[in-house]
Design a protein around this ligand. Structure first.
Ligand code: NAD
Length: 363
């Protein structure tokens, strides 16, 4: 099978869908790989690294399967061969026009953010691999923004206490944020509506904030579900004191398909100490903090609120490496003997395939 890897064109995107090491493995498995010249440069993978691994550089759009990170623009869809396959984070549920165009070209498209969160799919899970990057980078952003050290320092100029970091939402990104903040020497506490994560939080050396009267936030598939108004108010009241005492708050709470829940109100921000920092990883889906503005940093009464977008693109080498491994495992799943072989009874294929045979398969 001929696999094509275009250069990403979305503004600020520095990742690439395949890296040389993974391209080499696909070549060994009998595939052909063509990488657009310069596609990996921003991620630290020059063309020479791809050719050394055995890949070709050239036009990737005539391939049987085109692998991308971000969804293609209209001009890129026009370059896809009729009947080709496309793999990427297509944001299918909010890209109706794109799906229509892909179906018209009889492209078989797979939207990787729709992978089911099942054990079998873990090694293909792009949301997890990229959330790992985001959680790590969020803490580095906080450390860079904060006007204080993270670790406790005992110096001739006096003793400085460690930073108190609060992580809200302890999923993949949140757990990585906790681990990173701990490595930097901060005292970390965390909260999640899914009490099941308590042990994981504690195993990273952080304190899990436990509500006496538990919230019913456990949804299906390991995800959270939206809280009722009343429960949400109870959560805000419970978190208020911890937010007030924190030097740094990293928020990562999300509910699939919904606006991110507000966990830090404007009033709570006003209650924080000047110099405190909030990094809101949910900025792109509405924000966990009422003050957050996606893509920018706001200073509100001395508190800095950072609303980063596309953090994985800011650590493109490892983000691409993890993404590429996810993609290669996924390709292994949907191909047999060098050709696509789709089993729509399979949860992974059915869950991710968004256009096939001229039809749009998701609403
Ligand atoms: P996510 O990005 O959807 O949400 C992040 C976190 O926010 C979650 O832990 C969620 O419980 C929490 N949250 C939601 N509303 C909240 C609120 N009001 N207050 C506090 N916290 C709130 O989730 P994610 O990190 O992508 O994944 C969550 C879980 O899914 C993982 O911890 C894991 O158990 C499971 N998972 C399974 C697989 C797999 O088996 N393939 C892969 C990835 C994740």
């Amino acid at each position: 099978m001929h696999i094509g890897v275009p250069k990403e064109t979305a503004p600020g995107e520095r990742r690439v869908a395949l890296v040389p090491e993974v391209a080499g493995r696909l070549l060994k498995a009998g595939h052909q790989v063509t990488v657009e010249p310069g596609a990996g440069v921003a991620a630290g993978f020059p063309d020479a690294a791809f050719t050394a691994a055995g890949a070709k550089t050239g036009d990737p759009w005539s391939a049987d399967v085109v692998c991308k990170v971000q969804k293609p623009g209209a001009a890129e869809v026009g370059k896809l061969r009729e009947g080709a396959a496309l793999v990427g984070i297509l944001q299918a549920t909010s890209s109706a026009d794109l799906l229509r165009q892909l179906a018209q070209r009889h492209v078989t498209a797979f939207s990787l953010e729709l992978l089911p969160r099942i054990t079998r799919a873990q090694s293909m899970d792009v949301l997890s691999s990229q959330a790992t990057v985001a959680g790590y980078k969020a803490v580095l952003l906080a450390a860079e923004t904060a006007p204080r050290f993270f670790p406790m320092l005992v110096t001739a100029a006096g003793t400085l206490p460690p930073a108190r970091v609060l992580v809200l939402g302890a999923g993949v990104a949140g757990l990585q944020a906790i681990a990173t903040a701990r490595r930097l020497g901060a005292v970390v506490s965390a909260f999640d509506v899914r009490a099941a994560v308590k042990e994981q939080v504690e195993s990273l050396g952080a304190k899990f904030l436990m509500m006496e009267d538990r919230l019913e936030g456990e949804g299906s598939g390991g995800y959270a579900k939206e809280l009722s108004q009343d429960q949400h108010q109870r959560e805000l009241a419970f978190l208020a004191k911890s937010v007030k005492d924190a030097d740094v708050v990293v928020t990562t709470a999300a509910i699939p398909g919904k606006r991110a829940p507000v966990l830090v109100t404007r009033a709570a921000v006003h209650g924080m100490r000047p110099g405190a920092v909030i990094v809101d990883l949910a900025a792109e889906s509405g924000g966990n903090c009422e003050v957050t503005q996606a893509g920018t940093t706001v200073v509100e009464q001395g508190v800095t609120v950072v609303g980063p977008v596309n953090l994985p693109a800011t650590l493109p080498q490892h983000a691409s490496q993890m993404y590429a491994r996810n993609v290669a495992t996924f390709l292994g799943h949907i191909t047999k003997d060098g050709a696509l072989q789709l089993d729509f009874a399979d949860e992974i294929t059915k869950g991710t395939c968004v256009t096939h045979d001229g039809k749009v398969l998701v609403s």
